[in-house]
Design a protein around this ligand. Structure first.
Ligand code: NAD
Length: 250
């Protein structure tokens, strides 16, 4: 490891597994001091102990008080915030005609509300450090998905793409930058059950990918590492699609 994040104080949401855990491990190994959080207590504690970072759980980030409490606790540990990585989300997918209003609200709450709650709570600390934000959007924000319908998920992630640009605009008067990552299908707990089910349309989808494999949490974490590092200090309001070219090549 080359210490690319030496001295950085980084907050990552959703560190119990998947991309959040991979990023927290990698960032800590690259010299960052990392504070994570999750809803899932047991997995959050296990990944933090194994990955050399601190994590608070349970934290329901869509709840304003809980999000604010996590930011306060994290700042007590780190003394400030150089990078906020909004990775956490929970979603529901399925045929459009079956989506209930409750499903819709669940998805917006757990994919978009939590960007607002956490980022607003962190805003003054980010301004103090002239820090940066990394939001996780999705290729679902860029294209439809007939293989697994996901209207609510796509709408929420479209919102993540849009708010990233507006955060960059608002941040310009406070020295805060904001960028996003749009992963393609990535093998994490969020989609593992679909990949394992031979009757599910996601099963075997690697054959439809230009690189003949799906993404890994580490593929995304390495891009997040770049965005969190000083190498990306002139990047602002951009989205990086990490899908092996799948959403562009037919
Ligand atoms: N896996 C994919 O194929 C894929 C594709 C595109 C985008 N994404 C996005 O990547 C990000 C990471 O997803 P992942 O695949 O690692 O999923 P994951 O389910 O493995 O991890 C997400 C974590 O967020 C936590 N979380 C959910 N809601 C929360 C809340 N309200 N408060 C606190 N913690 C909460 C979960 O407990 C979980 O540990 C998400 O934003 C997801 O939408 C994933």
């Amino acid at each position: 490891m080359s210490g690319r994040l030496a001295g950085k104080r980084v907050l990552i949401t959703g560190t119990a597994g998947g991309q959040g855990a991979a990023a927290a491990r990698l960032f800590a190994a690259e010299g960052a001091r990392v504070v994570g959080c999750d809803l899932d207590v047991a997995r959050a504690e296990a990944t933090a102990a194994e990955g050399g970072f601190t994590a608070f759980a349970p934290v329901d980030l869509a709840d304003v008080d809980a999000a604010t409490g996590w930011i306060t606790s994290a700042v007590e540990v780190l003394g400030g915030i150089d990078v906020l990585y909004n990775n956490a989300s929970a979603t529901r997918v399925g045929p459009f005609e079956d989506v209930t209003l409750e499903d819709w609200r669940f998805v917006l709450r757990n994919e978009l509300d939590l960007i607002f709650t956490v980022t607003q709570a962190a805003w003054e600390h980010l301004a103090e450090a002239r820090g940066s934000i990394i939001n996780t959007a999705s290729v679902s924000a860029w294209r439809g998905a007939a293989f697994t319908e996901q209207a609510a998920h796509g709408a929420a992630k479209g919102g993540v793409l849009a708010i990233t640009r507006h955060l960059a605009a608002s941040g310009s008067r406070r020295g805060i930058r904001a960028n996003s990552i749009s992963p393609g299908l990535t093998v994490t707990p969020q989609i593992q059950e679909f990949l394992d089910d031979p009757s599910h349309p996601m099963h075997g989808m690697e054959a439809a990918h230009p690189l003949r494999r799906l993404g890994t949490p580490e593929d995304v974490a390495r891009v997040a590492l770049f965005l969190a590092s000083d190498d990306a200090s002139y990047l602002n309001a951009i989205d990086i699609v990490v899908d092996g070219g799948q959403s562009v090549i037919v």
